[in-house]
Design a protein around this ligand. Structure first.
Ligand code: AMP
Ligand code: ZN
Length: 115
């Protein structure tokens, strides 16, 4: 049994504030929002990392395109930022590929200098 929290949300075993769902992915509210609007777009298939996705990236392309279509309904009329944290250095905590969708306010630039 896989005990991945996002697989549990995809499977309906734990609740989430779902905004959108189709055959490929779901969009739900982040439980600890880091901006005025913070959703996660999560492929239904479990890929721990971006690098685990098969070649081609068609699924990812479809997800990105759909996010851009959903943005106004998500309250992101003035823009948004998409983030994928990959691995330890990026602080990834949930090892099921997800795209953060952040906005609803002017966003500060991330400090990308090494610490
Ligand atoms: P990351 O650091 O990129 O792995 O981000 C994981 C994100 O998942 C964090 O922003 C968490 O707040 C969020 N998260 C963890 N568990 C849940 C959950 N049960 N429902 C919604 N969001 C969650
Ligand atoms: Zn998973």
């Amino acid at each position: 049994m896989n005990n991945c929290v996002f697989c549990s949300i995809v499977g309906g075993k734990i609740p989430a504030e779902k905004f959108y769902e189709d055959d490929d992915f779901i969009v739900f509210a982040d439980i600890e929002p880091k901006a005025a609007v913070h959703y996660l777009a999560v492929p239904k298939i479990h890929y721990a990392l971006l690098s685990d996705m098969p070649d081609g990236g068609e699924a990812l392309g479809r997800i990105l395109k759909k996010i851009s279509a959903l943005a106004p309904e998500l309250g992101l009329k003035n823009g948004y930022r998409l983030i994928v944290n990959q691995g330890a250095d990026a602080g990834q905590t949930v090892f099921h590929l997800h795209i953060h969708i952040l906005g609803g306010q002017p966003l500060p630039f991330a400090d990308m200098r090494p610490r």
